[in-house]
Each structure stands twice: as structure tokens, then as C-alpha cells.
Design a protein around this ligand. Structure first.
Ligand SMILES: Cc1cc2nc3c(=O)[nH]c(=O)nc-3n(C[C@H](O)[C@H](O)[C@H](O)COP(=O)(O)OP(=O)(O)OC[C@H]3O[C@@H](n4cnc5c(N)ncnc54)[C@H](O)[C@@H]3O)c2cc1C
Length: 506
């Protein structure tokens, strides 16, 4: 390939932005995804139009709700952008103060309450945040122009009101080996070639939340890198419909219920999460959208700062926790058990756990400090504590909700049986709880708890809480790094009258 005969994939940034129309609300967001000619596989078949697929659509609805919240509650879900001099969706806002981070966390909790699922926009927001400071820092060290490219991208992103997905996690192959040591070089994303107009990336990003529902995907390294890994040190913005991209849809527990008639057995018929394996088969990124190109020494700091933002973003699970507390209280009432003292105590326990998560996230936001680029970053220790709480507490909250729901949550016959001429009246007779509560309310509440603790949205409430933004050990490593145990020994030695151990202090 030479400069006079560019590959037809080699499109400049301006040409790509020209294909976008500013999105105003949830409806126009859904329309923006139509007709994109993306390559998507689900259940061994190519999906013609993902927007209309019954398994995919609930995940799109959840993202659409991030636009509708901005319309309904602009104080919570929009912010003034200095970049374009106008209000923007808070999911695209560059945080300029600790209060911005506090508002972000409140918005995330609210979105969890509204959707009861992963609404898929936090990782992209946290990517935008980390790139502000990392591009600035790389430029200062290497004299590059990444920060201006980032600002130019953000102006377009805000003006067009688009969604950015975060592609950080590589498939990683053999976990004991570094990217450049893998038997197959594609197990971590890397630059496959460079041209006058830009570079090509090859590899895949795993578990990507909302990737298929995003207008742009930011690819970035997943771990610290050494000199031998420099081709793996790449950050770039890729349009979600770029040539060379293939999405392979992840299964979720009970996902085929979305194909059934009726809505009760779905538990949460309207909203769901989404994860896909996104394969990059030599995908082009023009230089204007390349934000790291071989500066491997910045990968570790980029991951650390990303996780400071992202681990506090798991505050979203407190919104889902609010739904769980509400569902447990409602089913106890429908069952006629709500006045029992142990029931009240279990609701208190659920609330205590949920608010403990919230308090670590919100404290992390209040303790934010400015970085040299001017952006604010959460307190890292408290963000890691928040995420570590999230790896545990939703499981206990779910256990308590299942306790209060009773066994019917997993033995309830199908909606079709409730509608059957013979079986239906029998089921309604024997599954009546408190006399003044319709049996259907009981059915629906049990299905919601099933959905969030065992079904499709247990992906977002439980397993994503465990592994998303890094598995529990990743937080323990950060806590170990930041816990300043020597300083704390000093406090103890001072009080105990042991005297400072100079050898250790030195
Ligand atoms: C629902 C969901 C949504 C997600 N969304 C996104 C997203 O939007 N974007 C994105 O980039 N990523 C996303 N992720 C990925 C997430 O960040 C990873 O799942 C997480 O970092 C763990 O990586 P892994 O799944 O490859 O597990 P592994 O890395 O295989 O970890 C499994 C276990 O092995 C341990 N382990 C792994 N490597 C080592 C080692 N070298 N030494 C010792 N122990 C090791 C871990 O501590 C863990 O206990 C998502 C994940 C989930 C489950």
C-alpha cells in the first residue's frame, strides 16, 4: 500500500464524523444504530439488524435511557462543557471538580434504579476521563500531540452526543506470559502496520460492555507493558461500524426467554446488559484518532488511573441494590411476612451493605484531586475499596432477597401455564399470597428477583460486580500498594513507646 493508493478502509476523521447526526433523546439514539451494516453473530447466525433483535434490544433500551434521563433530569444527567460552551450529557463530560464526580456517581445510582441492569456507559465515560491526563502526560514527555487530538475528538463526541465503548480487556491467552511472549500475537491487541494516514490494529477485546451499542470504541492496553511490547502500547478511537470489526454476542443466563411470548417470565422485559467479543481484523485508525503509539511506559499508569475512575463507577450497583431491597420488601409484603422482625432486619442488612458501597464511592469522589492536565481524579484507595465491596456485597444482598422471596422464585411455573384454561385457575388458586394482592404481582416480583440474581441481569449485578474493572485480586494489589503500612507502623511505635525503627524507616 502506498500513499497514492490508500486502502479503502483508510478514512480520515472528518469523513467519519460527517456520517453522524447529533442525538437528542433515547429514540434518536436507537435510530442512530439502525442500518450500520455491522457484522454480528448470535447463536451461530449473522444478525441482520441488531436493533430489532429481541435478545439485543433490551441492552439498547438501557443505553437509550441514559439519553432520556438527560432530558428528564438535566441537573443530574447533564453538565456544562467548557469545550463546546454548551450543556452535554454527563456521560460525555470532562470532570472539572470533585462535585462533577459526586454528580456522576449520583447519576449512576439513578440509572441503576431506573434500569435494574448494566446501562453500559460508565467504562466509556471513565476512558474519556483517563485519556485527558494520559495524553497530556505523554505529550510532555515525548513532544507528541495526542492531547489536542483528544480534545478535537471530544468536541465532536460532545456535539454529536455519541456513545464511546471501552475496549481494554484483551483475551490474554496464557496469563503467565506477557503480550509479546504469547504463542499467538493476536491474543493481545497490537499494531499490525502503519501507513502515512494512520495505523492498523489486530486482535480482540473481550467481554466488551455495550460495544455493539456504541458509536465509537476506544481500544487501549490492559496491563503494564515493557519495551518488547511496544506494538501493544496503542490507544485509538475506532467507529463501531469500522470495516474489519466482528462482534460475537455473549450468552447470558436465561437469554432465550427474550424469544418467548409474554413478558412476565423475562423478569425485566425492557432492560438488559450486553457483552460481546469484538474482533479487530486489521482495523484502520487515522492518526487524528491515535492517542498512544508505542509509549509503553505509560500503559501501567493509564490502567491505574482508569481503574481509579472505573472502580468508583461501580457505585451504579447501589441503584440495582435499591431495586433488590425494594423487590425483597415487596415480596415479603405480598407473602404476608413483612411484619416479622427478622424480615425487617434482613432489609436493614441489605440496606447497610448497599449504603456501604455508596459511601466508599461518594467519599472517593469528594476526595478527588486535580491532575496536571486539569482534570480531577477520584481517590484511588477509596475507589478500590468501593469496587472490592462490590465484589462481595451484591452476593449477600442477593442471598437475602432470595431468602425473603421463598422457593417459589425458582419453582414457579411459566407464564404460559398461568394462561392455560385448566392449569391457569389452579395456579392462581394455589399461588395466592396475601388475599388483596393479585397473584400476577407475586409472579412478576419473583421473576424480577430471579432475573437479577440468577437470570440475564445477574450478569450485571453479580458477575460483572466480581470481575468488571478487574477481579478482586486486582483491587487487593492496589490497596497493598497504597496502604502506607510503614507510616502506620510509625504511629503504633510512637504510641507504644518503641521508638522509630530507623533501619526500617530508612
Ligand atoms: C460482565 C462483564 C463486563 C465487562 N465489561 C468490560 C468492558 O466493557 N471493557 C473491558 O475492557 N473489559 C470488560 N470486562 C472485563 C473485566 O475487566 C475482566 O473480566 C477482568 O479484568 C478479569 O479478566 P478475565 O475475565 O480475563 O479473567 P482472568 O484474568 O482470567 O482472571 C481469572 C482469575 O485468575 C486470576 N489471574 C489472572 N491472571 C493472573 C496472573 N497473571 N497471576 C495470578 N492470578 C491471575 C485473577 O485474579 C482471577 O481470580 C467485563 C467483564 C465482565 C464479567
Amino acid at each position: 500500500m502506498n500513499a497514492t493508493t490508500p486502502d479503502r478502509r483508510e478514512e480520515f476523521a472528518a469523513e467519519r464524523w460527517a456520517r453522524f447526526r447529533p442525538i437528542t433523546d433515547g429514540k434518536s439514539y436507537i435510530e442512530s444504530l439502525r442500518g450500520r451494516a455491522v457484522t454480528v453473530y448470535l447463536f451461530g447466525e449473522k444478525v441482520e439488524e441488531p436493533v430489532d433483535h429481541p435478545i439485543i434490544r433490551p441492552s439498547i433500551n438501557a443505553l437509550a435511557d441514559t439519553y432520556d434521563l438527560a432530558v428528564e433530569d438535566p441537573e443530574l444527567a447533564t453538565a456544562h462543557s467548557e469545550l463546546i460552551g454548551a450543556p452535554v450529557n454527563r456521560f460525555l463530560h470532562i470532570v472539572g471538580s470533585p462535585q462533577d464526580l459526586v454528580m456522576k456517581n449520583r447519576m449512576q445510582r439513578r440509572m441503576g434504579q431506573r434500569t435494574g441492569t448494566c446501562f453500559q456507559r460508565c467504562a466509556g465515560l471513565d476512558t474519556i476521563s483517563v485519556l485527558h491526563s494520559i495524553t497530556y502526560d505523554i505529550d510532555r514527555k515525548h513532544g507528541t500531540t495526542y492531547h489536542q487530538r483528544y480534545l478535537d475528538f471530544m468536541k465532536q463526541a460532545q456535539a454529536n452526543n455519541i456513545i464511546v465503548g471501552a475496549g481494554m480487556t484483551d483475551p490474554k491467552g496464557d496469563r503467565s506470559k506477557r503480550p509479546s511472549e504469547q504463542a499467538d500475537p493476536d491474543l493481545f491487541m497490537h499494531v499490525s502496520r502503519r501507513t502515512e494516514r494512520g495505523l492498523y490494529v489486530r486482535g480482540a477485546k473481550a467481554h466488551m460492555t455495550g460495544g455493539l451499542n456504541s458509536h465509537w470504541i476506544c481500544v487501549m492496553p490492559t496491563m503494564n507493558l515493557g519495551p518488547a511490547d511496544s506494538d501493544y502500547a496503542v490507544v485509538g478511537m475506532v467507529p463501531g461500524d469500522a470495516e474489519g470489526l466482528t462482534y460475537i454476542y455473549g450468552r447470558q443466563s436465561c437469554d432465550t426467554r427474550a424469544l418467548e411470548k409474554g413478558e412476565i417470565d423475562k423478569g425485566n422485559a425492557r432492560f438488559g446488559g450486553q457483552e460481546t467479543l469484538v474482533v479487530f481484523d486489521d482495523v484502520f485508525i487515522p492518526w487524528e484518532h491515535v492517542l498512544m503509539n508505542g509509549e509503553y511506559a505509560f500503559a501501567q499508569e493509564m490502567v491505574a488511573r482508569f481503574t481509579s475512575y472505573h472502580r468508583a463507577s461501580y457505585v451504579c450497583k447501589t441503584g440495582l441494590g435499591d431495586v433488590m431491597v425494594g423487590a425483597a420488601a415487596a415480596i415479603a409484603e405480598y407473602n404476608g411476612a413483612d411484619q416479622a422482625s427478622h424480615v425487617k432486619d434482613k432489609l436493614v442488612e441489605m440496606t447497610h451493605l448497599n449504603e456501604t458501597i455508596f459511601s466508599s464511592a461518594i467519599a472517593s469522589a469528594h476526595e478527588a484531586k486535580p491532575l496536571e492536565s486539569g482534570i480531577y481524579m477520584n481517590d484511588g484507595m477509596l475507589a478500590n475499596v468501593c469496587k472490592h465491596n462490590v465484589t462481595r456485597f451484591p452476593y449477600e444482598i442477593s442471598r437475602l432477597a432470595q431468602d425473603l422471596a421463598g422457593g417459589l422464585m425458582v419453582t414457579l411455573p411459566s407464564e404460559a401455564d398461568f394462561e392455560h384454561d385448566v392449569a391457569g385457575p389452579i395456579l392462581r388458586k394455589y399461588f395466592q399470597g396475601r388475599a388483596n394482592v393479585p397473584v400476577e404481582h407475586r409472579q412478576r416480583m419473583l421473576r424480577l428477583i430471579e432475573n437479577m440474581t440468577l437470570g440475564r441481569n445477574a450478569v450485571g449485578y453479580l458477575t460483572e460486580s466480581l470481575h468488571g474493572a478487574g477481579s478482586p485480586q486486582a483491587q487487593r494489589i492496589q490497596i497493598l500498594r497504597q496502604m502506607e503500612v510503614e507510616r502506620k507502623k510509625g504511629y503504633a511505635e510512637e504510641l507504644a513507646g518503641v521508638g522509630r525503627n530507623e533501619e526500617r524507616a530508612g
